[in-house]
Design a protein around this ligand. Sequence first.
Ligand code: PMP
Length: 321
Amino acid sequence: MTNEKPKKDEWAEPSEPPKCLWMSGEMVDWENATVHASMLGWSSISMVFEGIRGYWNSDQEQLNIFRLDSHLERLMRSMKVMRMTSPWSVEELTSAVIDIAQTNEFRGDCYIQPLAYFGEGTPGYLSAGGRPGEVAIFSRKSTSILGAGETITCGVSSWSRISDNVMPPRVKAISNYQNSRYVADEMSLNGYDFGIILNQQGKVSEVSYACLFIIRDGVAITPPVSAGILESITREVAIDLLRDDLGIPVLERDVDRTELYIADEAFICGTGAEIQAIRDIDHFKIGNGGIGPVVAKVEQLYHDVVRGRGPKHEAWLTGVF
Ligand code: PMP
């Protein structure tokens, strides 16, 4: 198996818009998919969403959407906590996602983003609960974020992670990303690629839009779901790949800040972030400052799995064509 990871990417900045998107049950031309200006602002505080990747397999001429069911189930859970009922089932949204990829003729990698929000109707966004949400699904072409072999730097942010009794991080709500924005801005001003966020207990939580693993003495360690993280699908995948495919023990437990500095290896993971090795945290070199052996293996395996190379994890893929 070879790592066909494409070169640096534009997943955040699409070059050309796709033909259409899906809004409340209908395919709508990109230009005509509008909402009224009065919907801006307050309406989005209750918006929840997902970020999903589709990977093109050129040998099979197939677009594989990775963990589509898990993402749509998490969207349903986010809607539930937002007290937003869903007019659409997971099965209906699955068909919508496939329809979008087919209609836009995505013969290449793509990024799919379902959004659920309280649409037009009774105002009063602070107490709109119990109503059905509307769902729109966008998608665009994308590629991987980093080229194979590249590494990232991280700093520990001075901002704390939001917490379950304040703004529950396991709900993938747009408004939660204000926390991530503060971190990302601070880190880019300080010259780091990503920020690691400590939770209210001072333990490591996650990265602005990804989860985190360290490797110590052959054991992979990641903060638990109660550490103020999003219940990440890639984190779950990484645990499976490390434990079952690579035979590396995995511990889900609290991680201290200084454990980051003395880790043998470290990586971040997420749908958008994929798997990226960390070479430096707060100017402490991690391992030898390159990609360590465990991260190299799990990264390679991840890219094989998402592209459908090898039959082992086919159940994680939804074929579009
Ligand atoms: N944490 C945050 C805050 C995120 O935005 C993401 C990306 N969705 C993740 C973790 C990773 O989650 P997943 O693996 O499900 O993409």
